[in-house]
Design a protein around this ligand. Structure first.
Ligand code: KG4
Ligand code: ZN
Length: 366
């Protein structure tokens, strides 16, 4: 029999999605998402080729309380039914993070409920605990438009970042590729679609940092190579034929997949040194939706004897259920914050490592 245990409200506003969610955790450990609202901002930024921080911050400030109201209404609960409030307090675009933190502080002050600041990356990294009940330690590859890193998740507060991108995230590279080829945004799905009919060996794109030890990655050189290839094709034929677009897309996608697969192989080797009882690699982020990349990663997991899992897409991309879930994990560990909670533009999960270099179009990556 399940008896109600704790109910968490989560708020997220660190990038270009304003989100609120209600999560209920039962005393037998099961976790149910009672409501999850996400208001995207794609149309607001569409004309600018990237997220404009000021526009994002204003939209978050205008919408975050509406999201909270919607989530509570969907959950058929009031603030009085909530046991604690979790909010993304970094890393990300500072104006957006501030909007969420201010809203959460207001709710906590008004209701007298505990406040818990959550690291956005921890939200992503702990999602497989919500969706699959994974035991620590597990390996997480976070690969989206804003993030790209390998994390060994040891507990809700202990992460070892064993590699990541030193410049762009792969999702950014997919989006840029689509723009260069005249394909619609978001670039990932349209490049994947175009690549289905393409020959991935016609163009030789670089596999950056593959020759270097470790799990760090780089995707900006790949973008530059692609730009050059496109310019040569346009100069030769006065434009791009459908086969050119398909072949460039396929060549690019295979290059990204090769890098992610090889670096995953190395990350798994490092992770297995911990001798986990039930070794698992979990993949999250928008790029994990790519079937070609996903099958390459599944193959690596299979070859190395590690289980592969990926949360459903709605929980892979930015959302507030992951923040409520991380808040629950921290709450259990006794973490509580007060009105001094600050918004942090940068907040590496693994402070023992130097900060990642890339800041990307969607804000800081660590
Ligand atoms: O996780 P996400 O929704 O948002 C953040 O980055 O915060 O990821 C979006 C990114 C975009 O860059 C998009 O082009 C990419 O994920 N993406 C894909 C695919 N679907 C989305 N990339 C490759 N293949 C896909 N099928
Ligand atoms: Zn994110």
């Amino acid at each position: 029999m399940q008896t109600t245990s704790l109910t968490f409200l989560g708020l997220e506003s660190s990038c270009d999605d304003t989100a609120a969610a209600v999560l209920r955790v039962f005393s037998d450990g099961t976790r149910h998402i009672l409501a999850s609202t996400v208001m995207g901002q794609n149309t607001l930024h569409a004309d600018f080729g990237g997220v404009v921080p000021e526009i994002a911050a204003r939209a978050h400030a205008e919408r975050i309380d509406v999201c909270v109201q919607d989530a509570l209404r969907d959950a058929e609960l009031g603030l009085a039914d909530i046991d604690a409030i979790g909010v993304t307090s970094g890393p990300g675009l500072i104006g957006g993070v501030l909007a969420g933190v201010m809203c959460a502080k207001g709710l906590a002050a008004g209701s007298g409920k505990p406040l818990i600041g959550v690291n956005h990356l921890a939200g992503h990294a702990l999602t497989p605990r919500l969706t699959d009940g994974l035991e620590f330690p597990y390996l997480m590859l976070l690969v989206s438009g804003g993030h790209c890193q390998f994390l060994i998740v040891k507990d809700a507060e202990t992460y070892s970042r064993i590699g990541g991108t030193i410049d762009d995230a792969p999702g950014e590279a997919f989006d840029k590729t689509a723009r260069l080829l005249g394909l619609p945004q978001p670039g990932g799905p349209s490049v994947e679609q175009a690549a289905l009919k393409g020959n991935d060996t016609r163009f030789k794109f670089p596999r950056p940092l593959l020759d270097r030890d470790g799990c760090d990655m780089s995707f900006s050189g790949l973008k530059t190579a692609l730009l050059r290839t496109r310019d040569v094709l346009v100069a030769e034929h006065g434009g791009l034929f459908e086969t050119d677009i398909a072949d460039v897309s396929a060549g690019f996608q295979t290059a990204v997949a090769d890098v992610l697969a090889e670096k995953s192989r190395r990350a798994i080797a490092t992770y297995l040194e911990l001798s986990p009882k039930d070794p698992v690699i979990a993949v999250a982020g928008g790029v994990a939706a790519n079937k070609f990349i996903r099958s390459r990663l599944e193959q690596v997991a299979h070859d190395t004897g590690v289980r592969f899992t990926a949360p459903p897409l709605a929980l892979c991309t930015d959302n507030a259920a992951m923040i409520a879930n991380a808040a629950f994990e921290l709450y259990q560990r006794g973490v509580r914050h007060d009105m001094t909670l600050s918004a942090r533009p940068r907040w590496p999960l693994d402070t023992s490592r130097p900060a990642m270099l890339g800041s990307g179009k969607k804000g800081a990556k660590a």
